[in-house]
Every structure is written in C-alpha cells, then in structure tokens.
Design a protein around this ligand. Structure first.
Ligand code: SF4
Ligand code: SF4
Length: 421
C-alpha cells in the first residue's frame, strides 16, 4: 500500500455527512500548513510510492502539485491522487499525463445518489456532482480511466435507489472504467446511523446485487469480491488492509505523512479527532483476542471465515472499540457464504470448508503471539508442520489447483522446504 501524503490535512472543499475525518474537523485538527521539502523527505525515508490524499488534495496550487509529482515521478516512476473530482481542470489532466498520475475519484452515484457528499446547499451539491461526472468523462476522453470509490448508504443503495445506482455503474462500465471499490458506511455517530446507514439486510442486498451485476459488466470490476474469492482460496498476498489484521496503533497499510512531515495513522481508527503518534511496532492483540473470544462477546471464535476476514477493519469495530470485531460482521459473513458457495459449484474446495483451515488458523495465531503476521503462503511453509499437516496442506493445494497461481520462485521454495523436512 502506498504512503498517504496529506499536505492539507483534512481540509476539503465539500462536507460529506459521513466522512470519517469529521471527528478531526470537529476537534479543530484540520491541518493545512505544509512544507513540501519536509514531507518529501519523510516519504523518501519511508521509501514507498505515495498517494496524494486529503481532505481534498486538488486544493493545492498547481505549482505545488507539479513540484510533488515531478519528485514522485523521478523517485518512483509514477504518482497517484485520491480526489472528489470536483476541482479537476484541463491543467490538472495535463499534469496527470505528464507525471504518470493514477487518479482515484470518490463519488456515490449521479444526481441525488451523491447528495450526502454535501456542498452547503442542494443546488451547489448537484452542481458539484455534475462537475465530477463530467470530469470523469473528460478523463476517459484523455485516456485516463479513474478508479472509483463508492460508499453505500441510504441515499444511494436503499431499496428504492439501488436500481439507479446499478444503472449508473453500467454507465461507468460503458465508459470503460476498470475498477470500483465499494465501501460500506463507517458509522461514527448515532445521528449518522439514524440518517444515513443502511440496515445489515439492505447492505447485504446491495452487495449481492453488485456481485450479480459484475458478471454482466464488460470492464468494471468490484475489487472487494475478487479479494474475497482470493481469500477463500488462500491467495491473500494482494488483498487490501481490511482483511489483513491491521493494528489500529500503527495501521501498517496507511503510512500518513502530514504537512509538517510527521507520520500519522489511518483516519479510520481516529475516533477522537486526535492524530495520535504511531506505535513503533505492530501488535496483534486484537486478532488473538478475536480468535478466542466468543461471538456473543463480540469476538469471532468458531467462525469458518476467520482466516480470511480476521474480524475486519478495526475502524468499523462494534461500539468504536477496536477490541471488538467489525459491526459489519453479518454482512461480510453472508457475502463470504455466497462466494464460498459459488466456488464450490465451480469445483473448488475453499479454505473455509477444508481440514487445512484449522491447521493454518493455529499457526497464524501462533505467529501473531510472536509479533509476526505472515500471509497464508508463508503458513504453508511453516517449519513446525507435522507430516500429517503437510499432507493436508498438499491435498488442499492439489484439490484447488492452486500451485500454478504461485510464482515459480515461491513454489520452488515450497517444494524445497517440504523435501528438506
Ligand atoms: S484502519 Fe481499516 S482502513 Fe485503515 S489501514 Fe486499518 S484496516 Fe485499513
Ligand atoms: S465474518 Fe464476522 S465472525 Fe467471522 S471473522 Fe469476520 S467479523 Fe469475525
């Protein structure tokens, strides 16, 4: 995952009602002063490519954008930006092309579907939405196909609005957009829950409809379903942070760099409006706790999808308490069941149904207690595996015809490891 470069902190030109950064705004911790040299020095030390992030990063003057992206292209060969898309101009598009900038746009649909991404009054909000849509088209005409992030809520995915959302996604497919990330609403306050949140059943219905729609589309993919499918097969090396035992004290996947060059965590775990300092080491207490705690006590014990889901993002934990599993549990569980069932129909024997699951779970928890968080491939290489366990692992790989998905190097390593035992 790239570093998030946040020169303007959470400063934004619009005021989405559900934004997970609102706690920071309400606490007066907006940010906004920046020193490009200091920020780039920190990025250089982190050594990972970065995404220009906000708030709204295109509030930066063009000359500052150019300075940052010129450095990014020189250092990493490419750049990326995550924007609400309202401020994009021809000049920005020229910079995107010149400095190899991948563009991500956050929008929840056209017209009324996007009204929660509020601009002060309804007229301005609809105008901004139209601007974002025309900018998406402009980008496509320029040969830049933005990735889209959509958050599901009552204004775009309630029973009456879902058909329109599906139609809009079909339009994006016709524009030949390739990637759409779907977020469930992260509920921070009782008011948000009352006004904006879908029920668990509505969320499930919406996701199932999107899952069905994806099969009819020609270009657009919802990466969440591809990740869940990969996870169920144990191919977890390219999945995103929400499935990977994120420590809320360090949020490994999100290395924020603020305007003064200091490091910060992912805003989704910031529930108090304060950017607490990053912990220097990762810990997996949350995940060990969730593995052993019963589901009645907000844990995940006994869930056959634990190896894949791990209690999900700590930013969505029940009661905003990272020790608990995600409050979206029932939604993800239903989706895992659906995709698991499809895999079985296609002749696979997914991890969730296989005897290998218990072995891998035991080794994963063991690794967490030692402060490590290996992906599943490394668990297949676990040095403590008995000959019986190796047999089960081998059977799993063969039954699912998975070996060929691993790189030759990794596979050779596995063979060598087993032969050497
Ligand atoms: S808090 Fe959630 S969204 Fe943020 S890095 Fe962790 S898993 Fe990812
Ligand atoms: S589906 Fe629910 S119980 Fe299962 S691992 Fe995920 S959060 Fe935990």
């Amino acid at each position: 995952m790239p570093t998030e470069l946040r020169p303007l902190g959470v400063t934004c030109n619009i005021q989405c009602h559900y934004c997970y950064q609102n706690a920071q705004r309400e606490a007066g911790n907006m940010g906004g002063n920046y020193d490009i040299s200091k920020m780039l020095q920190t990025v250089d030390q982190v050594g990972m490519e970065f995404t220009l992030f906000g708030g709204e990063p295109l509030l930066l003057p063009l000359e500052d954008l150019e300075r940052i992206w010129a450095w990014g292209k020189e250092r990493f060969g490419k750049n990326s930006v995550q924007t609400n898309g309202t401020l994009i101009t021809k000049e920005h598009i020229d910079l995107f092309k010149k400095y190899n900038v991948t563009v991500g746009i956050s929008i929840d649909g056209d017209g009324e579907l996007n009204d929660v991404r509020w601009c002060g009054n309804l007229e301005k909000t609809r105008t901004a939405t139209s601007k974002t849509m025309s900018n998406i088209e402009l980008l496509c005409e320029s040969g830049i196909y933005p990735g889209i992030i959509v958050t599901l809520h009552r204004f775009n995915a309630s029973k009456s609005r879902l058909p329109r959302l599906l139609l809009w996604l079909e339009c994006l497919d016709e524009l030949e957009l390739k990637s759409c990330r779907v977020h469930l609403l992260e509920v921070e306050t009782p008011m948000q829950r009352q006004l904006l949140a879908l029920t668990a059943d509505e969320n499930i219905q919406s996701l199932l409809e999107l899952y069905r729609l994806e099969r009819e589309l020609h270009h657009l993919k919802f990466d969440i379903f591809q990740e869940m499918r990969a996870l169920l097969l144990g191919l977890d090396n390219k999945t995103t942070c929400i499935w990977n035992a994120c420590d809320p004290m360090t949020t490994r996947a999100v290395q924020g760099v603020e305007g003064d060059g200091t490091m910060s965590n992912c805003g989704r775990v910031n529930k108090d409006g304060v950017d607490f300092s990053k912990a220097s080491e990762q810990g997996y207490e949350r995940y060990i706790g969730l593995y052993y705690a019963s589901q009645e006590k907000n844990g995940c014990n006994g869930c056959r999808f634990f190896l894949m889901c791990k209690g999900q993002c700590p930013g969505t934990a029940i009661d905003n308490d990272w020790r608990n599993r995600s409050e979206q549990c029932s939604i993800w569980m239903r989706l895992f069941e659906e995709i698991e069932s499809d895999l079985i129909t296609q002749g696979y024997n997914p991890l969730s149904q296989h005897a290998v699951r218990a072995i891998l779970e035991r080794y994963l928890v063991q690794e967490w207690t030692k402060g490590a968080n290996p992906n599943l491939l490394r668990l297949f290489l676990h040095s403590s595996a008995t000959s019986y366990e190796r047999e089960v692992m081998h059977a799993y790989l063969v039954e699912n015809n998975i070996s060929h998905k691993w790189s030759q190097g990794k596979l050779a390593h596995l063979d060598h490891h087993w032969e050497g035992e």
